[in-house]
Design a protein around this ligand. Structure first.
Ligand code: CTP
Length: 411
């Protein structure tokens, strides 16, 4: 699957003859599975009509800040939020100058001003070679590069004036390649299969009652979301929670520890990594009743039997090169317990937290964790669950690479 599949790309078209190549760029992006919208400067519309882009993208093209007939007062915000990345092709001398100096007097410049800081902006520059050589332009480009804008440099070749010179826009295929290479580098887990479990399990006592715990599933869902953003092929085995499935993640719903064990034990042999985040029941009712237990019939005790320890099983059958990550919630002796569980369940990494630490409870959006491996123990400060997920995936990636370098050299 292409790294662009499902990505939302905003293509900006400014007023240069290379605008015609932007039509083909849109098509190439779509062939890679990207969703494309186009915004044009007024000068851009002189070279190619918005209708052409509308036909290609099957979407309205933004050409004005204040169009008369539509309600678009906040479009520069909503479209900028929508985009995963933005590519301006062509980016003219004038437009590069505008973006450098924070001018936002057309819809495209407006959208770029409103683009969230974590979205990459690409500018495929195109102009006459005299303009290209101007200090003003060269200095602007240096400034933009320092700010993290990806400048796709112009090429030497025939310009519109039929003379040779540097200034011709890179071909759409090259622009696409640059974007794909960047995305691949930002997605180290591409091609890897990651299994994540999340949420609680529910163990039936009778048709209306069950044993469960306070897990919200938020930590596991954050790991699944971030792993997918980093390129992994993610399967999320989820206990009953009220969270939305992260984009691109395949979700399998289960209720009980036994159901979770069945799904995970089948999937684990084909996975590269398992993050066992779920709060799985340790014990389950031995004889769940078929009918609701009446108060008059109830006894003071409930007979329980052990639930399968999914993680311990996965640790036993782990193959060289597979990475196994466990989670532990402890209210005392966190580190000693984490070390013990890491060794006894054959884990490469265990992430431990204490729910009585402020900001580390089940239902909140933050966590305070310590990560324990065979070689290191690192305590992290209060972070959002999303940030914790990023830290866990970064450490897991280092461990996974070490394991696989070792596995490769042993074979
Ligand atoms: N786990 C599991 N199956 C179970 C219980 C736990 O796979 N039946 C996994 C959890 O998903 C977690 C890890 O084991 O990744 C540690 O869970 P925890 O409940 O802390 O460990 P236990 O071995 O059950 O230890 P204890 O309850 O005695 O602290």
């Amino acid at each position: 699957m292409s790294v662009l599949a499902g990505r939302r790309v905003l293509v900006g078209v400014t007023g240069g003859i290379a605008a015609y190549k932007a039509v083909y760029l849109c098509r190439l992006l779509q062939e890679e599975g990207a969703e494309v919208r186009v915004a044009m400067t007024p000068a851009g519309t002189k070279f190619v009509t918005p209708l052409t882009f509308e036909a290609i993208t099957q979407h309205t093209v933004a050409t004005e800040i204040f169009p008369e007939k539509e309600f678009v007062a906040t479009r520069h915000i909503s479209w900028a939020q929508w985009a995963d990345l933005c590519v301006v092709a062509p980016a003219t001398f004038d437009f590069v100058g505008k973006v450098t100096h924070g001018i936002a007097d057309d819809i495209l410049a407006n959208l770029i001003a409103a683009l969230p800081a974590d979205r990459t902006l690409y500018m495929a520059v195109a102009m006459n070679s005299e303009m290209y050589a101007k200090e003003a332009f060269q200095e602007n480009v240096e400034t933009l590069k320092k700010r993290g804008v990806r400048i796709i440099d112009a090429e030497t070749g025939y310009l519109a004036e039929m003379m040779q010179g540097k200034g011709r826009m890179a071909e759409p295929e090259q622009i696409l390649e640059c974007i794909i290479n960047d995305l691949r580098a930002q997605m180290p887990w591409t091609g890897k299969r990651i299994l994540v479990t999340a949420g609680p399990t529910r163990e039936r006592i009778d048709p209306v009652r069950y044993l469960s715990n306070a897990s919200s599933g938020k930590m596991g869902y954050a790991i699944a979301r971030v792993a997918s953003q980093l390129g992994a092929d993610v399967t999320l085995v989820s206990g009953p929670v009220t969270l939305e499935t992260p984009r691109g993640v395949q979700r399998v719903d289960v209720t009980t520890a036994r159901e979770m064990a069945r799904v995970v034990e089948i999937a684990w042999p084909d996975a590269d990594v398992l993050f066992m985040v779920a709060a799985v029941a340790d014990f389950v009712p031995r004889d769940p009743a078929d009918q609701k237990i009446k108060k008059s019939e109830a006894t003071a005790s409930l007979a329980l039997e052990p639930a399968p320890d999914i993680l311990a099983h996965c640790g036993k059958v782990k193959q060289p090169g597979q990475l196994l990550v466990g989670f532990a919630v402890e209210t005392s002796n966190e580190l000693a317990e984490a070390r013990r569980k890491r060794t006894s369940k054959n884990l490469d990494l265990i992430v431990v937290n204490n729910p009585s630490t402020p900001g580390a409870a089940f239902e909140v959006d933050t966590n305070v964790v310590t990560m324990v491996t065979a070689e290191s123990e690192e305590a992290f400060p209060l972070l959002s669950k999303e940030e914790v997920a990023k830290e866990i995936l970064a450490l897991a990636y280092r461990l996974y690479r070490e394991l696989n370098v070792a596995a490769d050299s042993n074979s």
